[in-house]
Design a protein around this ligand. Sequence first.
Ligand code: SF4
Length: 162
Amino acid sequence: MLRSHKIVLVSHCVLNQNSVVYPLARTSGPFKAIAQMLMDHDFGIVQLSCPEILMYGMDRLPMTKSEYDTPDYKSLCTELAKRDFELVRRFRDGNIRVAGIVGIDQSPSCSQIEDEGHFMTALKQFEELSNLPRIDIPESYAVGSKTADDFHERFIIWLSHL
Ligand code: SF4
């Protein structure tokens, strides 16, 4: 009875900024305010795979979406999306609802809304994930900034509709 039966999928680096390409980390670890809001609303938080780190490791250089547009990278995204979806499917079979996805704006892999990244395209191939409510953390989001404050307001509204 203690379960909320609802989860939100988040891009890996929402909970672990150590994974982003140097020097683009925007905080030391998780985006704490975002994680806290998810917890305050009783969502289980499912951390999606990080395809960039699995492809090129921690020493990778910043790359554009078209530079990532290779058969090898897209095939890795498809593989990881399958694995992540398998987890989602198990939750669904256990009556746990996937309520939404939090991505990263302007990421070549994990942007959802403006210019969809390769990994999000791969995830959307699964019908169950294709029409979920989505929100992207803005590119200029930085802890303590006005953008962060504005985004937090928007995020709470988004969460309250899930
Ligand atoms: S691939 Fe996605 S999860 Fe990994 S660092 Fe880039 S935006 Fe974050």
